[in-house]
Design a protein around this ligand. Structure first.
Ligand code: PLP
Length: 397
């Protein structure tokens, strides 16, 4: 059964779960800001409260159960990113940390070329620019346009003169919301022996993602956006063949083969992506993210993506009826959960502030106001936001 956000009694395919009950946020405000920081589902809040109480009552007596939960989280993250290889997934503190693992894990020569887009989130630019300062690598920025978003990236990959060593792009652009065809890019990268690094934070949890099938070498995301988890815990996917090739620069008890056996003197880094996890895991956030990802997988990523698309289409129509210029893609296959818009003659910064003052939780990005509904977002929530917008526009006339 598809999830319809236009139905307040939303129910997941597993009819035991009431989506409406899972997201009390929709009764409190008009929450259209999953591309920034998402609200937690009820199950996540419950998991954290239960874990807190357990810590209070019995400390870490049940640590072995905690470790099982951590493994369950890894399994779920591997599913979410579309990989058969759980051992390729490390738990990290955020997207930026994982990008740094790639940037500082690879060997660079002066003149090596890295291709990024000209509108990447700072984390996916600054880390590469830091390499330029240190090692003399060259950062080539290409433009992503709504007409044909991949064209300049493909030109760079295919170019016989440029020969980039790595491209690093966001699966979905944080400001414009443009979704890239990762299958096409991954195929081209594979053919031309270019490393393919994907900042997946605006995509994983909002759609099906396929690290294995799309030939992605590295992917990363923090859990606090479309995965509906807390800030400060995310994943780092590293294709099997690169795990041992990346240089390490964080060390500790947890990243070695046989971690937990403190008597090991002749240690080796783990053969798996656990070698990128130097010390104690963030168990509290792990409990939270496990609950959130469990919900997403129970609903089904195809259902999640369909519901987000319905919400996008609804918002697009309503916004256009009010005279908005949509800055995000209008073609279905190029968009995910981000719809950015502006009105001629109206300062978007002002509009954003007024919307926030009236309980429409959104963002000011990419030269406009950014709405980002998730699958659970109700029609009432979107209608409410549109009504606030209408009265703000009317107050200006
Ligand atoms: C594309 C993109 N990458 C990364 C981040 C955040 O990075 P981190 O998880 O390191 O805080 C954001 C946050 O808005 C983002 O939109």
């Amino acid at each position: 059964m598809p999830i319809s956000s236009n139905n307040t009694s939303n129910e997941s395919p597993n009819s035991e779960i009431s989506i409406a009950d899972q997201f009390p946020v929709n009764q409190q405000c008009f929450y259209l800001n999953h591309a920034a920081v998402a609200p937690w589902p009820r199950c996540t809040s419950d998991a954290v409260q239960k874990f807190a109480e357990e810590n209070c009552q019995t400390g870490a007596q049940g640590y072995l159960t905690w470790l099982k939960k951590e493994q369950q989280l890894r399994t779920k993250l591997a599913k979410l990113v579309g990989s058969q290889h759980q051992e390729c997934v490390a738990l990290v503190k955020n997207t930026s940390e994982a990008l740094s693992f790639v940037a500082y894990g690879l060997d660079w020569q002066a003149g090596d070329i890295i291709v990024i887009s000209d509108d990447e989130f700072p984390s996916n630019r600054i880390v590469w620019e830091s390499l330029a300062q240190k090692f003399g690598v060259i950062i080539q920025q290409v433009h992503i346009n709504t007409e044909n978003p991949e064209v300049e990236i493909l030109e760079a990959i295919n170019s016989s003169t440029l020969k980039p060593k790595l491209i690093s792009v966001s699966a979905v652009q944080y400001a414009s919301g443009i979704k890239l065809d990762l299958a096409k890019l991954g195929k081209a990268c594979k053919e031309h022996n270019v490393l393919f690094c994907v900042d997946a934070i605006q995509a994983v949890g909002a759609m099906e993602f396929k690290c294995d099938e799309w030939h992605i070498d590295f992917a990363m995301a923090d859990g606090h956006k479309w995965m509906l988890g807390p800030e400060g815990l995310g994943f780092f996917f590293v294709k099997q063949q690169h795990i041992k090739k990346l240089n390490l620069y964080q060390y500790g008890w947890h990243m070695i083969k046989g971690a937990g056996d403190f008597s090991i003197k002749d240690w080796q880094p783990a053969d798996t992506a656990q070698r990128f996890e130097c010390g104690s895991p963030n168990m509290l956030a792990g409990y939270a993210l496990e609950a959130s990802t469990d919900l997403l997988l129970t609903v089904g990523l195809n259902n999640v993506a369909d519901a987000i698309e319905d919400n996008y289409a609804y918002l697009q129509l309503q916004l256009q009826a009010l005279g908005a210029q949509i800055l995000s893609p209008l073609k279905r296959h190029q968009r995910a959960g981000i719809i950015t818009f502006k009105f001629e003659g109206i300062d978007s910064g002002w509009l954003y502030q007024q919307l926030m003052n009236n309980d429409v939780v959104c963002a000011n990005r990419g030269g406009g106001v950014r709405f980002s509904p998730h699958f659970h977002t109700t029609k009432e929530c979107m209608e409410g936001a549109i009504n606030v917008l209408k009265s703000l526009l009317a107050s200006r006339q």
